[in-house]
Design a protein. Structure first.
Length: 311
């Protein structure tokens, strides 16, 4: 424990008056700002120190008259140790934590003198919002109990959304593209051939003949999201096997599309994706439980909003 036998006043590099309940040789600040930041980033629930505890706790230092108590040191230690026994902290570690708190308090005091009223109000608002978040976190921890995810729920989700696991429906297509649709003579020749093209069953056989038309290209492939222009993807998605589209006009080009085959790919085995499904369903269950808790707690309070009747 820190010695409590002597008050000694010193002046820090920031100009703050620091009173330590320690001999003068223990007043050197040993922690850098990096350590200070790392301490502040620890879990705020590591150990709760109630306000009454802090008020009754022995004073270990003062910075420009602002107290730092043993409870403050213990709180920071608990955050560092993440739930481990405070007895594991030796005097050297306690001194480092105290030095960090002194440095932090000095920075806070100096910054207070530099900030405008608006900037101070913004910090106060942020602190208020964070305090409320902590209360909400405690409330949810004590009142929200999500329903467990069952095997039946996992199976139902897997069966309902096979496309999420590779079980999508894909279409193989053949396509004629006329690139120089602004050429009236070539366009008219291509349009005149459309009835014959649609009546042709084997496009793969006739493609060489059609390619002789000015500006006409033959393409084939398997439709995938993002592979083709969205307008073409939409047309293909509506076609059944062996069905040919109407003419599609996109960016001064004319398309004629035929779907040759529609295949539903097998999804990944349930054993490979069940863990991912559980995570997703657990998140849904949690959101549902939070919504229910929110609805329940609103029954116990009175809400008034300007211009609206009391709820």
């Amino acid at each position: 424990m820190l010695s409590l036998d002597l008050f000694k006043s010193v002046r820090s590099g920031t100009g703050a008056n620091i009173t330590l309940v320690k001999p003068a040789s223990a007043t050197t600040l040993m922690l850098s700002s990096a350590l200070l930041l790392s301490l502040s980033g620890c879990d705020p629930k590591a150990q709760q120190v109630q306000p009454e505890q802090r008020q009754q706790s022995p004073l270990v230092a003062q910075v420009n008259g602002e107290p730092i108590t043993q409870a403050d040191v213990d709180f920071m230690l608990a955050r560092m140790l993440k739930g481990q026994a405070l007895a594991q902290a030796d005097d050297a570690l306690r001194k480092k934590v105290l030095d960090s708190l002194i440095s932090s308090r000095a920075m806070k005091i100096q910054m207070e003198s530099l900030l405008s009223a608006e900037e101070k109000a913004s910090i106060a608002q942020s602190a208020k919002a964070y305090e409320e978040e902590l209360y909400v976190k405690e409330y949810l921890a004590n009142h929200v109990v999500p329903e467990p995810v069952t095997l039946e729920m996992v199976q139902a989700y897997y069966d309902k959304y096979p496309e999420e696991f590779g079980g999508e429906v894909v279409q193989d297509f053949q396509m004629l593209v006329m690139n120089n649709a602004n050429n009236q003579q070539a366009r008219d020749k291509f349009l005149a051939a459309i009835p014959e093209i649609k009546a042709t069953k084997e496009w793969g056989v006739a493609k060489k003949q059609w390619a002789q038309m000015d500006g006409v290209q033959y393409q084939e492939g398997r439709a995938r999201p993002g592979l083709l222009d969205p307008a073409l993807e939409q047309v293909i998605s509506r076609l059944a096997a062996a069905e040919t589209s109407d003419l599609v006009y996109v960016n001064d080009q004319i398309y004629l599309i035929k779907v040759t085959n529609v295949t539903r790919l097998a999804p990944k085995p349930l054993t490979d994706v069940s863990a991912d499904i559980r995570k997703k369903l657990a998140a849904q269950q949690l959101r549902s439980a939070v919504k229910k808790a929110s609805e329940e707690v609103l029954k116990n309070v009175q809400v008034k909003m300007p211009g609206n009747e009391a709820q």
